[in-house]
Design a protein around this ligand. Structure first.
Ligand code: FE2
Length: 442
């Protein structure tokens, strides 16, 4: 915990309550000074009204009119598989199924140290991009629980950078292997934070339904929330999200349940989608969409035209369902690219979900910040007095240009302490009249 002041930062929109309208500019947010005491936001005042002299010289940062947001949150990633892309082979078909096959081959010889090395590096990338909370899935299926052991250990190893949640995730299914159900139960005793399942990967519809019930029973028994990979397929006959919503309504646990991916909603007929979305809204279950992976995995079995495969973000939000935005994979068999930047995921979503309108900018930022915070269960989150003294400054004047350029995060502050800084690079073009610095800002 420490004291720190950021002066002249610009919020996404007029989203800091209590400031005068005169301190806001249309399409830009409030220009503010943020004073942090003992790791907590003490005061947010109009730019110029803060008191930099009251802070030590190395605890002052002039944002110079740049964008300032609360820290980013990664609600869905697989840190056990990160950094393995191409090893032992690439996913040439681009399907979820081949990704699972490649990963199954890799994990035969996996070790705790191997996972810790790769995952730590990816967490550092995340922190450099302004992320201070990460929810990772840990594969609990055969042959061992090495992944769970490593990622539970990782929590303390990276606690100086991020809060890490670990989901016990039966990648191959709960009922597809003789010991998978026992392994999932054992994993839950090892210090994980949530229980997962993957009903669309079970052998039959009946097993898929049963797997949801098993996961819910286990979560209730250990008083843990749930985060299920669910209906991550183009098959419109895959209808397990309705089972999860139904169980959540009957058990009254919806506010602790996340449905990840739900890409099949893209392929459902509208009548069924409407029924399902109503159930999700009633249940309180949240949804996380993962654009990098699902932009390449979905439609892989299609002839032309090839479907996109994101969940129905606009309809879910209109119904009042919280929809978060995750990355899912960073350099693994399901998605070969990635630098662990949530703005990459948002940029992809802007294209693949037809969210490239100007009005979508605030929606994308709301998904990246407030929605992800709600899903993560982040307390004291957001730019308001009394909340955590954590924020991100971007080399951009506003949210639109930050997305357009995936602008460098010049400062990442966590509880009043800098955890990452980036010096933006410069580029020069050599014109006939001499060198000219390139300004990508608009
Ligand atoms: Fe995933």
């Amino acid at each position: 915990m420490s004291d720190y002041i950021v002066t002249n930062g610009r919020t996404i929109a007029g989203d800091v309550p209590g400031l005068r309208p005169a301190d806001r500019r249309e399409s830009l947010g409030n220009a503010v000074d943020v004073e942090i005491r003992d790791g907590v936001i003490d005061r947010i005042v109009p730019a110029g009204e803060g008191d930099p002299d009251a802070f030590a010289a190395d605890c002052r940062y002039d944002a110079d009119g740049r964008l300032l947001t609360p820290p980013l949150i990664e609600p869905h990633v697989h840190l056990d598989a990160t950094g393995t892309a191409g090893d032992p082979s690439w996913n040439d078909s681009g399907t979820l199924a081949e990704g699972i096959e490649v990963w199954a081959e890799y994990k035969k010889d996996i070790t705790v140290d191997d996972i810790l090395d790769r995952a730590t590096k990816t967490v550092e990338w995340y922190a450099s991009h302004g992320v201070t909370r990460i929810r990772t899935h840990a594969d609990t299926t055969e042959p061992s629980l090495t992944t769970v052991e490593a990622l539970v250990e990782l929590k303390s190893r990276v606690s100086d950078l991020v809060d890490l949640q670990v989901v016990a995730f039966p990648q191959d299914g709960i009922l597809t292997g003789e010991s998978n159900e026992d392994l999932l139960s054992e994993a839950v005793e090892m210090g994980v934070d949530l229980v997962g399942a993957i009903p669309h990967n079970e052998y039959t519809r009946e097993d898929g339904v049963k797997s949801v019930e098993i996961a819910c029973d286990l979560a209730e028994k250990h008083d843990l929330p749930l985060d299920l990979h669910i209906d991550e397929t183009d098959d419109p006959g895959s209808r397990f999200t309705e089972v999860l919503a139904s169980e959540s309504i009957k058990r009254g646990i919806g506010d602790r349940v996340t449905a990840s991916h739900t890409t099949a909603t893209h392929s459902y007929n509208n009548a069924y989608a409407d029924k399902l979305i109503s159930m999700l809204a009633e249940s309180g279950v949240s949804v996380v969409t993962n654009p990098p992976d699902n932009s390449v995995l979905q439609g892989a079995y299609d002839d032309y035209p090839r479907r996109r495969g994101h969940t129905r973000i606009d309809e879910l939000r209109a119904a009042g369902v919280t929809v978060g935005l995750g990355h899912d994979s960073v350099l693994d068999p399901w998605y070969h690219y990635g630098v662990a930047d949530p703005l990459d995921a948002a940029f992809i979503l802007a294209h693949y979900a037809h969210m490239a309108g100007r009005g979508d900018v605030e929606v994308l930022w709301e998904m990246l910040t407030a929605a992800n915070a709600e899903i993560f269960g982040a307390d004291d989150y957001g730019l308001a007095e009394g909340n955590e003294g954590s924020l991100v400054v971007y080399d951009s004047p506003d949210g639109f240009n930050a997305l357009r350029r995936q602008a460098p995060r010049t400062l990442v502050l966590r509880d009043g302490k800098p955890i990452a800084e980036t010096e933006p690079s410069t580029t020069t073009v050599h014109r006939s009249g001499g060198p000219v610095p390139v300004d990508y800002k608009r």
